[in-house]
Design a protein around this ligand. Structure first.
Ligand SMILES: [Zn+2]
Length: 119
C-alpha cells in the first residue's frame, strides 16, 4: 500500500504526525508514539502518550489571572510535557487529585488490517 493510500484509509503508519509534537514511529516490537522534536518514546501507539510524559499541576490563576475570581479553589490545570525536551503535549483542567484522563488510545494497525482485508 502506498503512502497516499495509507493516509486515505486512516491507517496508523510511521511518520504520521499527531498534533504539534507527537509522531508515530516504528521500533522493534511495533509502532510507538515519539516526540517529534527530541525522539523521546512515549510508548506503544495503543497507550495514551500522557502515560509516558511528565506533568505538573498549577493553579488556574497561573494560566489566566481572571481565574482568580472563581469561587472554586479545588481546580488545577494539569500540564503534560515531554521528559526529553519539555515541549508541552497536553493540558487538562481537573479537580485536584482526579485521575488522569486519556487523550487518545490508537488502535494498532493489525486491527485495521484484519478489518480492511475483508472489504
Ligand atoms: Zn521531546
Amino acid at each position: 500500500m502506498d503512502e497516499q493510500s495509507k493516509r486515505a484509509s486512516g491507517w496508523i503508519y510511521p511518520g504520521l504526525r499527531i498534533g504539534e509534537a507527537l509522531e508515530v514511529a516504528e521500533q522493534e516490537g511495533g509502532l510507538v508514539l515519539i516526540c517529534n522534536r527530541c525522539g523521546h518514546v512515549y510508548g506503544p501507539v495503543s497507550r495514551d502518550p500522557k502515560q509516558g510524559a511528565v506533568y505538573r499541576e498549577v493553579p488556574l490563576a497561573e494560566v489566566n489571572p481572571l481565574n482568580a475570581l472563581s469561587p472554586r479553589d479545588d481546580m488545577v490545570c494539569r500540564q503534560y510535557f515531554c521528559p526529553g525536551c519539555a515541549v508541552m503535549i497536553s493540558t487538562n483542567v481537573h479537580r485536584r487529585g482526579d485521575p488522569h484522563l486519556p487523550d487518545m488510545e490508537l488502535a494498532p494497525p493489525e486491527a485495521n488490517e484484519s478489518s480492511s482485508a475483508a472489504g
